[in-house]
Design a binder for this molecule. Structure first.
Ligand SMILES: [Zn+2]
Ligand SMILES: [Zn+2]
Length: 184
């Protein structure tokens, strides 16, 4: 028989207050506790996740919904910090490119997100693409110079494929005809 767990009702961990014991036990016999979050929702938490000391395994300090919200908030913060860095970098890159690139490039939005904010299709970060082009980018589309080249390559490839298909079809017809000839 596992020993009776110490009563933890009333203890506070972050946004959680322990309100009652659960019937659930861990494989090792440790208790689970029902806790009430500040938002009003309840969460069942293993007793070893209820601690105010930093540990290797993360302590639980809010209900599942609040935990998800916190993750989203942290992610949003991280993304906006990254975006600010990108914009700063674009500004300094573009300063160095004055009179070296078309004026209108320097009037484009700074980044993909900036272009979306302004409802524009193109932006210019003042950086070269992986193929070495210094060119504006299209939102979702990448480097304009690359896509120009890709489109013309695509056209050539399509032409080649069309020719191949025509050959294939005429070969097939010949084979079919031969096959039919054998059958008859
Ligand atoms: Zn909550
Ligand atoms: Zn490119």
């Amino acid at each position: 028989m596992p020993t009776k767990p110490v009563n933890r009702i009333g203890e506070i961990y972050g946004n959680l207050t322990v309100i009652r014991i659960s019937n659930r036990r861990s494989a090792g016999g440790n208790a689970y506790w029902w806790c009430k979050c500040k938002c009003g929702k309840e969460r069942e938490v293993a007793s070893d996740s209820l601690s105010n000391k930093p540990r290797k395994k993360k302590n639980i300090t809010e209900c599942k919904d609040c935990a998800k919200k916190l993750v989203r908030k942290a992610l949003y913060k991280k993304h906006s910090q990254e975006e600010n860095l990108r914009r700063k970098e674009a500004i300094s890159n573009r300063q160095l490119l004055k009179e070296k690139v078309p004026e209108e490039w320097l009037r484009l939005p700074l980044t993909d997100a900036h272009a979306r904010e302004l409802n524009k299709k193109h932006f210019f970060r003042g950086r070269v693409c992986i193929n070495g082009h210094l060119s504006p980018y299209r939102i979702n589309g990448g480097c304009l110079e690359c896509s120009k080249q890709f489109q013309s390559n695509d056209y050539l490839l399509n032409e080649a494929a069309d020719t191949r298909n025509k050959h294939a079809t005429s070969n097939m017809n010949q084979t079919q005809r031969k096959g039919n000839a054998c059958k008859s």
